[in-house]
Design a protein. Structure first.
Length: 256
């Protein structure tokens, strides 16, 4: 993991003092403040019910904050909804596809919404379909595909638009080892090109290896955020394994 460096101009995602939840007056999240910078992967981790999905829903604009501010590439949903929504690509844990559209139709629809056309579209689809081994499935309907294949379609849709920010919820669920390797390679390429990633996952060993920083949620609050070194200091243990630090920071044998 590389060391955190502070430069506000590099911040793609800014979450400041976010409190929110499903019901007014009953917050699930409490005063969350964090960022994702250009060329950075940030892991969002916590036990079930810690607030990871609720945090992501607020960032996506599916839930209004009770208080606080969320900006992507300097735009807020209230000030400039079009710029806000076009600044990120989202991959949900459960694939969400239109049953009546072929896989190719899904890609064309995404390209139309984001203004990608012509040779750029063709090149990207060809490259991504080959990477995820979907070339012979472009004419298929979602109902004819396995869950893993449908998840690949969601991933391809997000990477097709090449947004500044990627928000990915449990990206490895349903993927075979080759697809996981392809996804990680693609994420590394986009990161090198300056894109940022917010990744929520329970596959801690992978986050430990690929993320620059980590945010540990506990009961809707940030228990600690930072590098592995920061997590070691907060937990009071010297392990090099994120699994051990996570256990300590979320109710095991640590101080937090």
């Amino acid at each position: 993991m590389r060391r955190e460096v502070g430069n506000p101009m590099d911040e793609l995602l800014q979450v400041e003092g976010l409190s929110g939840g499903y019901l007014p007056g009953k917050p699930v999240l409490h005063d969350l403040t964090f960022s994702v910078r250009r060329g950075e992967m940030v892991g969002l981790i916590g036990l079930n019910g810690a607030g990871k999905s609720t945090t992501i829903k607020h960032i996506l604009g599916l839930m209004p904050p009770h208080k606080g501010r969320i900006a992507i590439c300097g735009s807020t949903l209230e000030q400039n909804p079009e710029a806000y929504r076009q600044s990120f690509g989202y991959v949900p844990e459960t694939p969400e596809l239109y049953d009546e559209l072929t896989i190719s139709d899904h890609f064309r629809l995404t390209a139309m919404v984001y203004g990608i056309s012509g040779e750029i579209y063709e090149n990207r689809v060809e490259r991504l379909a080959e990477l995820f081994r979907l070339g012979d499935k472009l004419g298929s309907l979602p109902g004819h595909l396995s869950k893993g294949m449908r998840q690949k379609v969601m991933l391809l849709n997000a990477f097709l638009i090449e947004p500044p920010l990627y928000i990915i919820d449990e990206p490895f669920v349903g993927l075979d080892p080759l697809a996981i390797r392809s996804l990680l390679e693609l994420m590394a390429q986009r990161k090198a090109a300056g894109s940022g990633f917010l990744i929520s996952s329970h596959v801690l060993s992978t986050l430990e290896r690929y993320c620059d920083r980590l945010i540990v949620l506990r009961e809707g609050r940030i228990a600690v955020q930072g590098t592995m070194s920061d997590l070691r200091r907060a937990s009071g243990i010297s392990s090099n394994y994120l699994d051990d630090l996570f256990y300590a920071l979320t109710g095991g044998n640590g101080r937090v």
